[in-house]
Every structure is written in C-alpha cells, then in structure tokens.
Design a binder for this molecule. Structure first.
Ligand code: SAM
Length: 303
C-alpha cells in the first residue's frame, strides 16, 4: 500500500519532472495548486503533518541534488527530530510557544520542531535565499503552521519580537560584511567574524530572558581560532546548559562533525549556575541505547 508520504512525493515529482523550469521552482508551483485545491495528491483521511512534511522534503532533496546547492543543506531528520524532542521538553507545560529560526532554509528543521511540539506555537523564519523562502512558505501553509517570514540577511537588524526558543542549523564560515559585524560582541579584533558566532549572538539577542537557544554547531566550535572571543561572550551573556555530540556516522568526515549547543538567556540580573550536560548521542539505530539517552535528556530538561 502506498503511504501518504509516498503519494505526496510522487504527486510533486510527476509534476516537477514534466516541467521545463527548475525542479525546486516547480515544487513551489505544484504546492500552490495543491493549496488552492486545483489538484491534489491522493491521501488517506489520516494524513498527518509529518506525512506532509516528509513528502515535500523528499521532493526538495531530489531538487537539491539536481541543482547542487552546497550552502543550503537541509537539516537531516535524525538531527531535526532530536532537536524537536529537546525543544518539546523545554516547552512542556507552556502555552503559546514562540520560535525563531534565523537561517530557516527549506524550513525542514523548523517544521520538524513545530510538528513535535504540536499546536499553540508560532514561528519567525529568516532566510536570505528567496527561492528557499518561497518553498518554506508554501510548506508552512500546507502544514497550517503560523510562520512569519523575513527574506533578509539575518545578521542585519531583525524586527521580530523575542521568542521562547531559537533554533538554528548554523551557516558556518566567515561573514563578509565587517561593517555590520562591528555591531556584534563576537566581532574579533582582526579579520572577518565567523557567521556562526554572529548567528548565536543574534539568536540570543532575540530570545526572551529564561528562553533557550538550540544550535547545530561545528563540533570543534570551542577549539577554533576565534574561540577566545566566543568564551567570554558565552560566559557574560548566556548560560551554557548542554553540549551534545552527534554521532560521527552522520557526517562525511570527522572535519564535518557537528554537535548541539543549548544556551539559556539569563533572567535579567539573576544568573544562576547549573551543571552543563555533556552528552554523546549513541548510534541512532541502537534503539535501547537511544531510549536511555532520551531518558537522560528528559531528566535534564525536567530539571
Ligand atoms: N535548517 C535548514 C533546513 O532544514 O533547510 C537548513 C539551514 S542551512 C544549514 C543554513 C541556511 O542559512 C541556508 O539556507 C543559507 O541560505 C542561510 N543563510 C546563510 N547566511 C545567511 C544570512 N546572513 N542571513 C540569512 N540566512 C542565511
């Protein structure tokens, strides 16, 4: 039997393959037709938001392979689901949760998190690439998630209210706009700033006191050349709550390995100290080890 995810993928794929234009552009077009009711995939009555997200994600992955976009890699589900799990624990018992993803890309990470947290959640998404914003905006509409989009350099002034949780799969590398980078504490005394550092600072600036930032970071973040500016910033402006190492098997090589950094914005003048959770995600195919790991995360989040 065909699953809803497969039906959605084949509905989008059949349309996109029949068109001359860029595959990713055709995805936006067919999703607009789906939204307006002009044409629709054959779905069972029990279709879920995750079915819809995954179906569109498969088509976007195919589109990205056709036109290689090295700077726009979609956050893989294995990592997105883990961030979703952690975010839902941090949001537990709270209503009207607000999220910010300042480097939203296709929205795959953001919607994985929104689907995991459930209802009563709104988000702000920022992305510099216009096509990715159109893709993620149409996906948000099909998922019925309330998301406000900003198509801009997220490191320029951001006119968005502070949120409960900022999440980001950080774009890694140098930020070329030195003049703008001078507005950040994380601008080094010499040379260009690291974009991934500035994204952390910008996200925490737009987080409410007591709110959290969940970042997918290069695993060597704390040993890099510019860590001497990062350490004092983190100490002064944030509380480091956890550093979670992701399994090497998820990445092409050790040099590409990533971790999850969880920060909390202190409550105004009160900076309480907590133990930092240092953990390593086990092999994700080992169900027993994963269950134990998630238990550890849940205990930490309840704390
Ligand atoms: N989480 C996203 C997803 O699931 O599709 C993937 C994020 S990808 C690793 C990083 C994104 O940051 C890319 O889409 C890139 O276009 C965007 N980006 C890079 N520099 C940016 C900037 N200065 N302002 C806004 N977006 C930026």
């Amino acid at each position: 039997m065909t699953t809803n995810t497969e039906s959605i993928f084949s509905f989008i794929d059949t349309y996109a393959e029949s068109k001359e234009e860029l595959y990713l552009e055709a995805i936006v077009e067919v999703c607009q037709k789906w939204l307006s009711g002009e044409t629709q995939p054959m779905l069972s009555e029990t279709v879920t938001k995750e079915d819809i997200r995954r179906g569109i994600q498969l088509a976007v992955l195919k589109g990205m392979k056709k036109n290689v976009q090295p700077n726009h890699q979609m956050t893989p589900d294995s990592i997105g689901m883990l961030i979703g799990h952690i975010a839902s624990k941090l949001a537990a018992g709270e209503g009207n949760i607000t999220l910010l993803d300042p480097a939203a890309g296709t929205g795959n990470l953001l919607y994985t998190v929104m689907n995991t947290i459930g209802n009563d959640i709104t988000a702000t998404a920022v992305e510099i690439d216009d096509l990715l914003v159109r893709l993620s905006a149409i996906t948000a509409e099909l998922l019925e998630h309330p998301v406000t989009f900003y198509v801009q350099d997220a490191l320029r002034p951001l006119f968005a209210d502070p949120v409960d949780i900022a999440i980001s799969d950080l774009p890694v590398g140098f930020y070329p706009d030195d003049e703008n980078a001078l507005n950040y504490e994380l601008m080094p005394a010499a040379g260009h700033a690291y974009a991934h550092h500035l994204f952390i600072e910008q996200s925490m600036k737009h987080t409410k006191p007591g709110g959290h930032g969940l970042f997918i970071i290069p695993a060597n973040l704390f040993e890099s050349e510019q860590s001497s500016v990062l350490h004092p910033y983190l100490k002064k402006q944030t509380i480091i709550r956890a550093i979670i190492q992701l399994p090497d098997s998820l990445f092409k090589s050790a040099a590409h390995a990533k971790s999850i950094l969880i920060l909390q914005k202190p409550f105004l003048d009160k900076k309480v100290t907590h133990d930092v959770l240092l953990a390593k995600v086990p092999n994700m195919t080992d169900k027993h080890a994963m269950a134990l790991f998630l238990q550890k995360i849940d205990i930490w989040a309840n704390d």
